[in-house]
Design a binder for this molecule. Structure first.
Ligand code: LFR
Length: 489
């Protein structure tokens, strides 16, 4: 059985995995792993997109040197960010990072001028200040030369795929995250585009996950000394790929895709766009095979990653396992935060911000790294409980437990505390959710798997799922009450 290749790019690292399907069992092999370090230049925070493309090529080279000829490849990545292509097909500037400050205040202004109701009813997408719509509006407000010279809009995987193949296509799952795509009409929302001063001509036809969208270009084959490789569109939004890989056996399941972000929700057949969804600020992101992800973003392990960087800058280096071990030794529920407070969104000194949050809510601020990590992880687990309750309320479903997928599940303490907070079991696995979702969409497109449910079954049979049963129920019930009181949720 020939291998196929999945590139999964996260906000802090990327990986290339080779997958093989043998007797309905998936085998994966990590071909290449690399850091993804955004670069601050002056006031701007940007992605090092050419470095990412270099790493994509490195993986192709590694495949060749290992004697592998992948039968196809696809790329998924974080959402909302994009590059603009100018005359002659050149990329204009480096894509901005969604945590850049150029969108500050833009969402509030557009909500007031266009109305919240209009934006939500046309897109079904949650209000996050970094959504593409606000990034493009910010460029327009700033009379950016990037926008003046732009002829095409490509999101990160579209762009990298364009570098690979020379062909430009906009992929569906990622397109929906822009808050500029109308899932009811099934196309880009021209009215919203015109309202933010961006020409609809930049936006191309939208291709579905599983579409073959070219092959690697001749110049790249020459450069690397390799043959042609067909290129597919996966569910190119990493969360879309992660949910495609949830090893659920029944339709009504709840998931948490756990990485830099924690994305919690359920899969639905059609977007739920109503007053309650708008009020609770849930999203309806497009997925593979006509599915939608009714979910909510939770700030996730970003706060921990960014705290670790702050300690590193102060000359104290800790690994994640070290930090988790330190947290475990601290007393329970010393201090709690609302992880989704806007003060935690941008890069910076998280330990100080956490102390500031605690001081302003009348709590004793955690000082040591262990106490800070305990505060972050307990607060996340309690926020999961809150968002799962909202998901049940909005979807009308009741969940018997929670599927957790993604790199964050390697943190066993977080999984256990999540089960404790929910009072329901957590089923953790697989770790490489997004890359597996990417692989199975390619196999379905090639007729190797029949559909998404068969794919989920095969994933379930191929990778371990760790079961965490809830413990210390009373303690966590009380903590949940304290969390709701403190955060005002
Ligand atoms: C997760 C993710 C989220 C999206 C955020 C920003 O990696 O794709 O789904 O809201 O990154 O793009």
């Amino acid at each position: 059985m020939p291998s196929i290749l999945a590139y999964d790019l996260g906000a802090s690292s990327g990986r290339a995995l080779l997958g093989r399907l043998n007797d309905r069992a998936i085998e994966v092999e990590e071909l290449h792993r690399f850091g993804n370090d955004p670069v601050a230049v002056g006031d701007r925070l940007q992605w090092d997109i050419l470095r990412l493309f270099h790493e994509i090529k490195q993986a192709l080279l590694k495949a060749k040197l290992a004697g592998e000829t992948p039968a196809s490849l696809a790329i998924d990545s974080w959402a909302v960010d994009f590059g603009l292509i100018g005359r002659g097909g050149e990329l204009l500037g480096n894509p901005y990072h969604y945590r850049d400050h150029h969108t500050d205040g833009v969402m509030e202004r557009l909500k007031a001028s266009l109305t919240t109701e209009k934006i939500f009813s046309r897109t079904g997408i949650q209000f996050l200040p970094f959504n593409t719509i606000y990034q493009l509006a910010a460029l327009n407000e700033a009379n950016s030369p990037l926008l003046e010279g732009a002829e095409r809009f490509l999101m990160i995987p579209d762009l990298l795929r364009y570098f690979l193949t020379g062909e430009m296509h906009n992929e569906f799952s990622n397109a929906t995250t822009t808050q500029l795509y109308n899932p009811l009409d099934g196309g880009w929302d021209r009215e919203l585009l015109v309202a933010i001063g961006v020409s609809p001509s930049l936006f191309g036809d939208v291709v579905q996950p599983g579409t073959r969208v070219g092959q690697i270009r001749a110049s790249l084959m020459d450069e690397l000394g390799i043959g042609a490789i067909p290129v597919y569109a996966a569910a190119e939004h990493d969360t879309g790929s992660a949910v495609a890989a949830v090893p659920a056996l029944e339709g009504d399941f709840a998931y948490l895709s756990c990485g830099t972000w924690s994305l919690m929700g359920t899969e639905v057949d059609r977007p739920i766009i109503n007053e309650l969804a708008q009020e609770l600020n849930f999203t309806n992101e497009g997925g593979a095979y006509g599915t939608f992800r009714l979910l909510k973003n939770i700030m996730g392990l970003w706060i921990l990653q960014e705290s670790r960087r702050a300690w590193e800058r102060a000359g104290q280096s800790y690994s994640f396992p070290e930090l988790v071990a330190m947290a475990e030794k601290e007393p329970a529920f010393g201090a709690l935060i609302e992880p989704d407070d806007p003060m935690f969104l941008h890069a910076g000194d998280m330990p100080s911000r956490i102390r500031q949050y605690c001081a302003s809510t009348g709590q004793t601020a955690p000082e040591s790294p262990g106490a800070i990590v305990r505060c972050i992880l307990e607060s996340l687990a309690l926020k999961y409980r809150y968002v799962l309750e909202l998901t049940e309320r909005l979807s009308g479903k009741t969940f018997s437990g929670l599927h957790m997928v993604g790199g964050g599940i390697q943190n066993a303490l977080l999984c256990q505390w999540s089960a404790n907070a929910l009072g329901k079991p957590v089923w953790a696995g697989p770790v490489e959710g997004s890359a597996l979702g990417n692989l199975v969409v390619q196999w379905i497109a090639q007729g190797e798997l029949s559909d998404i449910w068969e794919a989920r079954k095969v994933i379930r049979d191929s990778f371990p799922v760790v079961n965490y049963e809830p413990q210390e129920r009373q303690l966590w019930e009380e903590a949940y009450g304290k969390f709701r009181g403190l955060t005002g949720l």
